[in-house]
Design a protein around this ligand. Structure first.
Ligand SMILES: C[S@@+](CC[C@H](N)C(=O)[O-])C[C@H]1O[C@@H](n2cnc3c(N)ncnc32)[C@H](O)[C@@H]1O
Length: 300
């Protein structure tokens, strides 16, 4: 059974052992599927190997050390923070930002003991029925066990329009007073990301046109487990890549694309050339499944 947002984010359990806390965090984020069909799946130390390999490359080969870094599709932000720490340990002075489509969700109290965690568009992410957590999506096994009936029934009862009304009402109440009992706004970030965290996090959609504040800003961008062929069509992948490459600062900047399969990282580090194209300079594991798409991109 998945962990409830209420117990992970709201009920503070200070006495938990660190390894249990890490497992709970992994369990929670791996159970969340967004309305666009992507998962929030992530876990601690997921990229330690590639972070070190890329740092080694940059130390040897980069003419100028990157200073501005962007992690796209951060999920809990934990691996973004880990990347920041590895760069600092290696002598870099990173100024880092992280983005994700969804960083805020709403925990809606329907009545005593019944909660729904929802995206801001009203899409349910999780149902909590007196501490029994029901996913809003189904695994293949759920069709054999009958679990899927529960999901369907709950989705019929708690429709997005209904949840959206609750969210709007909760937002209005929040404006009047900082404390709102029935609808809580939750930052879907790891507890490791505290107020004094040196990384800034923003919501941003890779498929939406870039706002000026992100264009041509970053010496290095990392995109892990997002530009996957299973998540997006080829046209969407091209559009996402175009928007991401527009954020690179220019010739000499880097783009790291990675996909984790069975806990093994496969990706590539690309360098922005003077002629406005990207070249692959480092292969990680078996390489990136979208390398051909990256190499065909041209940048004005
Ligand atoms: C599988 S998780 C990967 C998280 C982390 N990068 C990792 O590999 O551990 C994919 C992340 O991409 C985010 N995402 C999905 N669609 C997105 C979009 N269109 N724009 C930006 N982020 C998106 C999801 O919210 C989720 O946090």
């Amino acid at each position: 059974m998945a962990l409830s947002a209420k117990s992970f984010f709201v009920e503070n359990k200070p006495n938990l052992q660190p390894d249990i806390r890490l497992n709970l965090e992994k369990e929670f984020f791996c159970s969340i599927k967004l309305s666009n069909g992507t998962f929030k799946t992530t876990w601690p130390n997921r990229f330690k190997d590639i972070d070190l390999e890329v740092i080694k490359y940059l130390q040897k080969q980069a003419a100028v050390k990157p200073k501005t870094f962007l992690d796209i599709g951060v999920s809990s932000g934990r691996s973004t923070y880990e990347w920041f720490l590895s760069l600092k340990d290696a002598g870099f002075q990173p100024k880092m930002k992280g983005t994700d489509l969804i960083l805020t969700a709403y925990l809606i109290r329907i009545c005593s003991g019944i909660y729904v965690l929802a995206e801001k568009n009203g899409h349910p992410l999780q149902f909590d029925l007196i501490n029994v957590v029901i996913r809003s999506w189904n695994r293949r096994l759920d069709y054999f066990t009958g679990y899927f009936c529960l999901t369907i029934a709950l989705k019929r009862i708690f429709k997005p329009e209904f949840l959206l009304k609750k969210i709007h009402y909760g937002e209005k109440q929040l404006k009047k007073s900082s404390c709102q009992e029935n609808t809580k706004k939750i930052k879907l970030l790891s507890p490791i990301i505290r107020e004094d965290c040196p990384i800034e996090f923003y919501e941003d959609d890779i498929l939406a046109k870039n706002s000026g504040s992100f264009k041509r800003k970053y010496d290095m961008i990392r995109v892990c487990n997002l530009l996957n062929k299973g998540y997006f069509t080829l046209d969407q992948l091209r559009l996402g890549l175009k928007n991401i490459i527009e954020k690179l600062s220019g010739p000499g900047s880097y783009l790291l694309i990675n996909r984790t399969v069975d806990a093994i990282n496969h990706g590539a580090l690309f360098r922005f050339r003077d002629d406005g194209r990207l070249e692959s300079v480092l292969q990680l594991g078996k390489g990136s499944e979208i390398e051909d798409l990256v190499l065909e991109m041209t940048i004005d």
